[in-house]
Design a protein around this ligand. Structure first.
Ligand SMILES: *Cc1c(COP(=O)(O)O)cnc(C)c1O
Length: 412
C-alpha cells in the first residue's frame, strides 16, 4: 500500500523543514494540516521576507524621494514583474494588486456596471465560490442583466453541451473558476474561453484554487480577467492580483477613489493615473505584495510540475484509502481534479467528523465551503473536505484515515 519512495519527485522531508508551523502539536498530536484549499501554510523564506521588510525598509511607496521609499518601491514593483512573468502577462501594468480574489472580482463587477444593459445575459457556472456568484447577482440587480447558470453533473463536472446552448448573441460575460474549491474539479477553461469569445463575450476566470497547483498562462488562455489570492499559494493573507487585458483595464472606470490613483486633482475635476495605479487607490499591502513575490519564487523553485505530480499521488492514495471505509461517499469525481477530497460518511454529520479528528490533530474543513449551490445540487448540508499540498505526506494520510475510522466508530 505504501508508495515507493523513488516515485516521489522531490524530498518532502526537506520541504517540510521550510514550514515552521508543521512542527506544531495540536491536542498533543502532530498537526496534520489538510485545509490547504482554505489557506496554505507559509514557508520560512516568505516569513523572512516579511520580517526583512519591517526590519529594514518599511516605507510608503511611489511617493518619497528618500532611500527607504525607493527600496520599498523597487521591491514592490519587482514583485509585480515576478507575478507578471509567472502568469505570462504581456505587461506588468496588467497586474493589479488587490486584497485578494474577492476584491478583484468586485472591482471587475463594479467596472462592468456601465457596460451591461437590461436584457443582456451573463453566464456563471454551477461550481462557483460565493465570491464569484454574489458580485454578479449584485451587478445584475443594478443593470437588469440576466444571470444564467451552466449546470453540472453528478461527477461534479460542468456540462459543456449545456454551456454551448446557453451562449448566444445576448451573452456579454462568462464567469467560471479554473478549479472548484469545494470539489477540486479542474474546468476546461481554454475551451470555455474560446466558445465565449466566439459568441463575443468577456471571460473572467477565478484562479484562486488553481494557482497553487497549476501555472496558468494568461496569454495562451486568451482570458480577459484572471484572479488569484496569495494566501492560497504560500503567501500572506490580504493580498492577491487581478490580471486584466490592457484594453479592458483601460476601458473600465476606477473602483475606488483616493491617493495614488490620480494624475491631477482639483475640486472641479480629477484625472486618473495610468495603469496599474488607476485601480490601486490608497497605500497598498506593500509587504504583502513583496511577500507574494517571494512565495512565487519558492513555489517555482519546488516546481509546479513536481508539485502537480506529487499531489496527484497524495490524492490517489487518500481516495483509495477513504473508499475502503464503509459508508464513505466522495463528491466530485471528475477525471481532472486537484488534490481535494470532499466526502461524507453515511448517517454522520460532517461537522462531527471534523470536530473529532481535530482532537487527533487533523485539520480539515467542514461545511458548505462557500459553495452552497453545489451542496444543494447533492442535497447535503455540507461535506468534510480534506485538501492536500506538496508539503503533506503519505504517512499523514495514513494517520488521517485512522482518525476518520476512530471518529466513525465513536459516532455510529
Ligand atoms: C478562496 C477562494 C476564493 C476567495 O478568495 P479570497 O482570498 O477569500 O478572496 C474565491 N474562489 C475560489 C475558487 C476560492 O478557492
Amino acid at each position: 500500500m505504501k508508495v515507493a519512495a523513488e516515485k516521489i519527485p522531490f524530498n518532502v522531508e526537506l520541504i517540510r523543514q521550510d514550514f515552521p508551523i508543521l512542527k506544531r502539536k495540536i491536542n498533543g498530536y502532530p498537526l496534520i494540516y489538510f485545509d490547504n484549499a482554505a489557506t496554505s501554510q507559509t514557508p520560512k523564506q516568505v516569513i523572512d521576507t516579511i520580517v526583512d521588510y519591517y526590519s529594514n525598509y518599511n516605507a510608503n511607496i511611489h511617493r518619497g524621494v528618500h532611500t527607504l521609499s525607493q527600496e520599498a518601491t523597487d521591491k514592490y514593483e519587482g514583485a509585480r514583474k515576478k507575478i507578471q512573468q509567472h502568469f505570462n502577462a504581456a505587461n506588468p501594468y496588467e497586474i493589479i494588486f488587490t486584497s485578494g480574489t474577492t476584491h478583484g472580482i468586485n472591482l471587475v463587477a463594479n467596472g462592468f456596471a456601465s457596460e451591461l444593459k437590461k436584457g443582456d445575459e451573463v453566464l456563471i457556472s454551477a461550481l462557483e465560490h460565493h465570491s464569484n456568484i454574489v458580485p454578479w447577482q449584485m451587478l445584475c440587480e443594478k443593470t437588469g442583466a440576466i444571470l444564467k447558470v451552466i449546470p453540472m453533473n453528478e461527477n461534479g463536472e460542468l456540462i459543456f453541451a449545456e454551456y454551448e446552448k446557453l451562449l448566444s448573441g445576448k451573452t456579454k460575460m462568462v464567469f467560471v473558476n479554473h478549479v472548484s474549491n469545494a470539489l477540486g474539479t479542474v474546468n476546461p477553461i481554454k475551451k470555455i474561453i474560446d466558445k465565449a469569445h466566439e459568441a463575443g463575450a468577456v471571460v473572467l476566470v477565478d484562479g484562486a484554487q488553481a494557482a497553487p497547483h497549476i501555472k496558468a498562462d494568461v496569454q495562451a488562455l486568451d482570458v480577459d480577467f484572471y484572479l488569484v489570492s496569495a494566501h492560497k499559494m504560500c503567501g500572506p493573507t490580504g493580498v492577491g492580483v487581478l490580471y486584466g487585458k490592457e484594453k479592458w483595464l483601460k476601458k473600465l472606470p476606477p473602483y475606488q477613489g483616493g491617493g495614488e490613483m490620480i494624475a491631477t486633482v482639483t475640486f472641479e475635476k480629477t484625472t486618473y493615473a495610468d495603469l496599474p495605479h488607476k485601480f490601486e487607490a490608497g497605500t497598498p499591502n506593500i509587504c504583502g505584495g513583496i511577500a507574494f513575490g517571494a512565495a512565487l519564487d519558492y513555489m517555482n523553485e519546488v516546481g509546479f510540475h513536481e508539485i502537480a505530480e506529487y499531489e496527484h499521488q497524495l490524492l490517489e492514495y487518500a481516495t483509495k484509502q477513504l473508499l475502503a471505509i464503509e459508508g464513505v461517499k466522495i463528491y466530485g469525481v471528475s477525471k481532472e481534479k486537484t488534490a481535494v477530497i470532499s466526502f461524507n460518511i453515511e448517517g454522520i454529520h460532517p461537522y462531527d467528523i471534523g470536530t473529532i479528528i481535530d482532537k487527533l490533530g487533523v485539520a480539515v474543513r467542514t461545511g458548505h465551503h462557500c459553495a452552497q449551490p453545489i451542496m444543494d445540487f447533492y442535497k447535503i448540508p455540507g461535506t468534510v473536505r480534506a485538501s492536500f499540498s506538496f508539503y503533506n505526506t503519505m504517512e499523514e494520510i495514513d494517520l488521517f484515515i485512522e482518525a476518520v475510522k476512530r471518529a466513525k466508530a465513536m459516532l455510529e
